[in-house]
Design a protein around this ligand. Structure first.
Ligand SMILES: [Zn+2]
Length: 203
């Protein structure tokens, strides 16, 4: 009996002892739209499929800290509506959103549209997420070099109900390249991600 107890104690010493359970991975689906427009060149992205894959590799590296992964359901080109911009609205988010048709949106995935140039780096106020391929930002310590991925990851944070938080290195800071999330943001984002999947979050 004593030998058995010693064996158990030794075994306990070599097994990793975790103070918390690792996150169960939550996977959300994403449909990417590469915006096309002959009449409004600002809307036409120059990004290709391989660029989108690299962007989402980094998005998933950023969101790994929360145990959330964004899986690409599909990547396709989407012709923008031929909406003539008013002079002062050519970089306005409402105008950009108004030029994006919704008939190819996914019923089961988060729709993400890439455009070449617009006023904000990205936006989300109801689908779709829209991301500009030429964001303007300030570098912070520990930030990512893939700034389009950072903007995408930030907007997906809004999809998960996260608000702006103006600490320089945070993912939810405006116009920076920081990527960190705090424990509360991680809990909130995971809760919302499970709701999106129709699963009841644990209390
Ligand atoms: Zn934001």
């Amino acid at each position: 009996m004593t030998r058995f107890l010693v064996f158990i104690l030794l075994l306990g010493g070599v097994l990793p002892v975790c103070s918390h359970e690792p996150f169960a991975l939550i996977t959300l689906r994403v449909r990417v739209h590469l915006m096309q427009s002959a009449s409004n060149p600002r809307l036409q992205t120059t990004l290709a499929e391989k660029d989108v894959c690299a962007i989402f590799d980094e998005v998933n590296a950023i969101w790994a800290q929360a145990g959330i992964r964004f899986a690409l359901e599909s990547i396709g080109r989407l012709q923008a509506l031929d909406v003539a911009p008013k002079r002062w609205f050519t970089k306005d988010r409402d105008w950009v959103k108004g030029a994006i048709p919704t008939n190819q949106f996914s019923g089961t995935a988060i729709d993400v549209c890439f455009v070449k140039d617009m006023g904000p780096n990205g936006f989300f106020y109801g689908e779709p997420v829209v991301v500009c391929e030429k964001p303007e930002f300030y570098k912070v310590a520990g930030g990512t070099d893939n700034i389009v991925a950072r903007v995408t990851a930030h907007e997906l944070g809004h999809v998960l109900f996260l608000q702006h938080r103006q600490e320089r290195t945070n993912l939810m800071a405006s116009a920076k390249n920081g990527v960190s999330l705090n424990p509360q943001e991680i809990r909130d984002a995971r809760r919302r991600a499970l709701e999106i999947l129709g699963q009841t979050p644990q209390p």
